[in-house]
Design a protein around this ligand. Structure first.
Ligand SMILES: O=C(O)CCC(=O)C(=O)O
Ligand SMILES: [Fe+2]
Length: 225
């Protein structure tokens, strides 16, 4: 990835950046309007990012959210940024603090760099959700719509084992298309595709050596507020 030059300025909760996007960066494939950049992070960049994520998890441990119906999700998660996504019996929302009461750690620069390269917006994300999938974890079809400004994109980074990512429609049901996401792949939900239903059907355990005990990490950056 070419070096991005960005000037970050924060006005209260809102962060903006001057973006100089790499003109050579083109997606390897697009499904249903979702561009996918294969291997945008090479093995070295993935390992470096993983180290940063370990620091975050040490400060703000992974927790297992429950849905508003009281069902435990199969992924464990935490967040970085000014606010983090949580789910419990009171529903889905962004919170200023981890359920344990601690601040969310800042979003690492290496993660923001990916946003700058592919997001196409001059805003910076204020939240980065970190999902950890064990071998049998999955994520049901859903829309990402808890953010205030749904015109702002969602940028997703995959690390670790391959995952079968399914993309549907703007309403639940109908035809879907699936793609295997591998470690280092990046995708963007923006524009017409911002509110497409999507989910993760299953992992391919043992497909990556990045995480010593296996599993998958997905990072999703968003402008939440
Ligand atoms: O794990 C993934 O690839 C998708 C995660 C996701 O859709 C979400 O966190 O909203
Ligand atoms: Fe999502």
């Amino acid at each position: 990835m070419a070096l991005q030059v960005a000037i970050r300025r924060c006005f209260g909760e809102k962060c903006v950046t001057k973006v100089i996007t790499d003109p050579d960066l083109t997606p390897d494939l697009t499904i249903r309007g979702v561009p996918i950049y294969r291997g945008l992070l090479d093995a070295t960049a993935q390992a470096a990012m993983l180290e940063k994520l370990r620091e975050i998890v040490a400060l703000a441990p992974l927790f297992r959210p429950v849905t508003s119906r009281g069902k435990e999700m199969s992924v464990r998660m935490t967040s970085a940024g000014c606010c983090g996504w949580v789910s419990d019996q009171r529903g889905y929302r962004y919170e200023d603090r981890h359920p344990g009461g601690m601040d969310w750690p800042p979003i690492p620069d290496s993660v923001l760099e990916v946003w700058r390269a592919v997001s196409g917006t001059d805003r910076l994300p204020d939240s980065c959700l970190i999902n950890f999938y064990e071998d049998s974890a999955r994520m049901g079809m859903h829309q990402d719509r808890d953010e205030v400004d749904l015109e702002q994109p969602v940028v997703s980074i995959s690390l670790g084992d391959d995952a079968l990512f399914r993309v549907g429609n703007l309403t639940r049901g109908g035809k879907t298309e699936s793609v295997w996401l591998s470690s280092g792949d990046v995708l963007v939900l923006s524009g017409e595709a911002r509110l497409l239903f999507h989910g993760v059907d299953r992992l391919r355990p043992g497909s990556s050596q990045l995480l010593p005990k296996g599993g998958r990490i997905n990072l999703t950056m968003r402008v939440a507020r």
